[in-house]
Design a protein around this ligand. Sequence first.
Ligand code: NAI
Length: 328
Amino acid sequence: STTPVKVAVTGAAGQIGYSLLFRIASGALLGPDTPVELRLLEITPALKALEGVVMELDDCAFPTLAKVEIGDDANKVFDGVNHALLVGARPRGPGMERGDLLEANGGIFAPQGKALNDVAADDIRITVTGNPANTNALIAMSNAPDIPTERFSALTRLDHNRAISQLAAKLGVPVTEIKKMTIWGNHSATQYPDLFHAEVSGKNAAETVGDQDWLAGTFIPTVAKRGAAIIEARGASSAASAASATIDHARTWVEGTADGDWVSMAVRSDGSYGVEEGLISSFPVTVKDGAWSVVQGLDIDDFSRGKIDASVAELAEERDAVKGLGLI
Ligand code: NAI
């Protein structure tokens, strides 16, 4: 039998964890033929709840689940891991300023970056879902000097999937007809979902929609504010869809993108499309043989330029704030 692939999940006792773990354990991430060893990190007070989740994982008798280990010490839980899905983060509390939020998350992602640097497997791939995801990924990356920077990413696949779903609904086509969707920038309300390079049944999406007012006034804000709409309706933030997108992201990183399509991933900018080098920003990427590359050569018009620049400016501000706090 093959050696299990070790998948670490942080914040494993949280809402996203409750959807994510069962799907990973059932083979949704690595397929039906690859055994998985789950390594679950939580803070000490949440370990008891996590033990309950592990009882449920046991009770599923998943053929692909080889082993589960839990703990509150990143240096033990991350030992030898091949994938790290960093979901656990500090949410914004009442009256919390952005600086306080970044500082609290720096206290999580700096030590987790160091631990991954010291004990993860050589092929480690890191996906940050916990918010503020792009800047948390930057903090982890900056604290892991021995891990190649291209192994760090942040999740914008949920935004990408939301954009596909909204466009498909508008045009009355199945989601499978939509290709080449792109989310640019930050996983925040400034993100830019781009229809000018997307395709519907092989035709340009913006032209097919043919309605700039809908694109600018409905589509973009609906995608960018979808998280808030779900909190308003459900009384809790998106969890199953965030877990599903986290799996899509990590699975694409392993399996690659389909011919004629790409996905959105927030990765370290090399300066492409005028995005300041070193920021973790969302781009259109293709993946082959386990490595991503930013799609090159897209024409960016003035409308898109303005939207991308605004989101990247926010990322630069967050970067400056965490630099000021000595976190990177
Ligand atoms: P939750 O509050 O239900 O769970 C978070 C868990 O993380 C808690 O169990 C907590 O104990 C744990 N945790 C906190 N600090 C930790 C640490 N240092 N090490 C390990 N675990 C730690 O939150 P939920 O709903 O599961 O969301 C998790 C994160 O994902 C939040 O930051 C949320 O904003 C973010 N999110 C990101 C999305 C994206 O598209 N990038 C979409 C939806 C949510």
